[in-house]
Design a protein around this ligand. Structure first.
Ligand code: AMP
Length: 176
């Protein structure tokens, strides 16, 4: 894995969006052609033999590499979005955040029982948002669902993997 290049190019923005948060800004990876290649090529190698038929990107940073990866895998791409953005019938799930609740949606005709799904987002922190997306995808009863993040945050005692049952298939490209 060529993690050094990704780590070197990832921008850390202190105190964004609120004081005390070290924001990992993947826009500096997305704007760099070498980093795009590394991320997509590594992910392609990891998932090319899994029979993935749909990549589900989590709004919005999960759309970028998710869509390129779908193209490379010969899979379809599905958007998991915030409420009110998808125009047709949706399945939705609400989940608790630190303050209040959030909802995410997927079109009801986006995934079926023959699909092998890869959910993708930029970063694993507490795991709350991806756990909700994973549960939502499971409601479509796919053959199998995998999860990937570009970055896994383990600093500040975060253990995002605890949001998932032990048998959940999760990969990450870089741990910080
Ligand atoms: P969580 O549900 O706590 O795992 O949060 C993951 C989502 O929040 C991802 O979509 C990230 O884009 C965003 N996020 C949370 N913490 C950070 C951080 N320190 N830097 C960048 N993005 C973050």
């Amino acid at each position: 894995m060529n993690n050094e290049t990704l780590l070197k190019n990832l921008r850390n923005v202190p105190d964004f969006p609120i004081k005390g948060i070290q924001f990992k800004d993947v826009s500096t990876l997305f704007k760099n052609p070498e980093c795009i290649n590394i991320m997509v090529d590594e992910l392609y190698e990891m998932y090319k033999d899994k029979g993935i038929t749909k990549v589900v990107g989590i709004e919005s940073r999960g759309f970028v590499i998710g869509a390129i990866l779908a193209y490379k895998l010969g899979a379809g791409f599905v958007m998991c979005r915030k409420p009110g953005k998808l125009p047709a019938d949706t399945k939705k799930v609400s989940y608790k955040k630190e303050y209040g609740t959030d909802t995410i949606e997927i079109h009801t005709d986006a995934i079926n029982e023959d699909d092998v799904v890869l959910l993708h987002d930029d970063l694993l922190a507490t795991g709350g948002s991806m756990a909700a997306a994973y549960n939502l995808v499971q409601a479509f009863n796919p053959k199998k669902a995998y999860i990937n993040f570009i970055i896994e945050l383990t600093i500040e005692g975060l253990n995002g993997r605890a949001a998932f049952s032990e048998d959940t298939d999760i990969t990450t490209l870089i741990k910080i």
